[in-house]
Design a protein around this ligand. Structure first.
Ligand SMILES: [Zn+2]
Ligand SMILES: [Zn+2]
Length: 91
């Protein structure tokens, strides 16, 4: 008997704008296409009703529309520094 123990590593999903984390109960609506209501992060941005791929996801908390990929924060890439650097030059 093989015991397959998969490491269920959940990606950290957060709104890039306000850092709101959508829970399992969060729902999005496929509009103006088919009107299906589902959790877009359970399907990777794909509508289960019409199969449309949503590349952008609106935050239910702050309303900002961000690219779907930007919501995923890969825990592996969190090696200390985030890719974004703010450079302030004073003149
Ligand atoms: Zn749809
Ligand atoms: Zn937000």
């Amino acid at each position: 008997m093989t015991c397959r123990f998969r490491t269920m590593r959940k990606p950290d999903i957060r709104c890039p704008a306000c850092r709101w984390r959508p829970g399992a109960e969060a729902r999005w609506t496929c509009l103006p296409a088919c009107g299906t209501v589902w959790n877009t992060f359970s399907t990777g941005g794909r509508c289960p009703g019409c199969g449309a791929r949503w590349h952008r996801t609106q935050c239910l908390a702050c309303g900002v529309v961000s690219p779907h990929r930007d919501w995923y924060r890969d825990p592996d890439s969190a090696g200390g520094t985030t890719g974004r650097r703010e450079l302030v030059t004073a003149r």
